[in-house]
Design a binder for this molecule. Structure first.
Ligand SMILES: O=P(O)(O)O[C@H]1O[C@H](CO)[C@@H](O)[C@H]1O
Length: 322
């Protein structure tokens, strides 16, 4: 299809992407061999490329959510590698996702941050959305911190709250769409990985303690996240259904990344920034929009930067990371 200028056409509260042409996206669900993604060897090539570009050997990986790219700005001595330069990497197509890896030191700990993640709605199959997590594993990352912007469904949540993810509901998985779908390579992990301890209990306790220390406990919550395919925001009926099954925050990412991380035995911490209130009543006029999501990310950037960089140091301490 010819590239199009993707400006909003209908004059609604839409968002004009900064990128003027639509990128070419590989929409194939498999790599052509009936497998669920690139082979171990292919990803090893990607890992080797990255290791050749920097002497930093990260033990913690951070995925920056929409509008939360500034989390990577605290990184000292940064080595930035645009996704376009990385063999086998997809490219970021969403506003608020810069599209590069940042290697460096966060609070004295070697880290790699994804300034920009990949989403299913961009046209990438789930395995490809999570490819960077496997690459992180291959370069030595042992702990993943995934952040995201999410709509608050729990009526007690306020815009700007930070939700520590306690658990997720894999809605896309219910429909058979799972990043582990297809043959399993045991070098990454087992065929049937457990998921009941996906979100590390110790990390969650540390994060709650830290919230007290930083005096932000009134805005830090703990709850259940779910990912839908997007890109449309949810209907009132959909949100009410999710509420009934115990979802506290809704987004379009993270769940599959966490599944891939746990499959290869990485430890996981995740947090959601509540960027908008989910509209669960037909009487309300509000509509979710990506501009608001990014605005709230900017509004909370200082607190989030401080919180995440201190979490990195605390996690590294209990794990004895360098
Ligand atoms: O999950 P992240 O990447 O933070 O972004 C969230 O914000 C976007 C919608 O505004 C969607 O991409 C949703 O998943």
């Amino acid at each position: 299809m010819a590239p199009t200028n993707a400006n909003t056409l209908n004059g609604s509260k839409g968002f004009s992407p900064a990128k003027k042409t639509l990128p070419e996206v590989d929409t194939e669900a498999t790599n052509g061999n009936g497998t669920n993604g690139y082979s171990y060897e292919t990803l090893q090539e990607t890992a080797n490329f990255l290791l050749s570009r920097t002497s930093i050997r990260p033990c913690i990986g951070v995925i920056c959510g929409s509008g939360m790219g500034s989390l990577a700005e605290n990184i000292d001595d940064p080595v930035c590698i645009p996704y376009e330069e990385i063999p086998n990497f997809p490219i970021s197509t969403v506003e608020g996702h810069h599209g590069r890896l940042v290697f460096g030191w966060l609070n004295g700990i070697p880290v790699v941050a994804m300034q920009g993640r990949f989403h299913y709605y961009e046209g990438y199959p789930l395995w490809k959305c999570c490819l960077p997590v496997r690459v992180m594993k291959l370069i030595g990352v042992k702990t993943l911190i995934a952040t995201n912007a999410a709509g608050g469904l729990n009526p007690n949540y306020k815009i700007g709250d930070i939700m520590i993810v306690k658990d997720h509901i894999n809605m896309m998985g219910f429909a058979g769409n799972n990043p582990l779908h297809g043959p399993n390579d045991e070098r990454f992990g087992p065929r049937f990985p457990p998921m009941n301890k996906a979100y590390n209990h110790k990390y969650r306790s540390i994060a709650k303690e830290l919230a007290k220390e930083l005096n932000i406990e009134n805005m830090v919550r703990e709850g259940v996240y779910t990912c839908l395919g997007g890109p449309n925001f949810e209907t009132v009926a959909e949100l009410n259904m999710l509420k009934m099954v115990g979802v506290d925050a809704v987004g379009m990412s993270t769940v599959h990344e966490v599944i891939i991380a746990r499959h290869c035995d990485m430890k996981v911490f995740a947090l959601s920034l509540i960027t908008n209130e989910c509209v669960t009543s037909y009487d309300k006029d509000d509509e979710a929009n990506h501009e608001e999501v990014l605005d709230v990310g900017r509004m909370r950037q200082d607190i989030l930067r401080k919180y995440v960089s201190k979490l990195v140091a605390k996690f590294a301490e209990i794990e004895n990371y360098p």
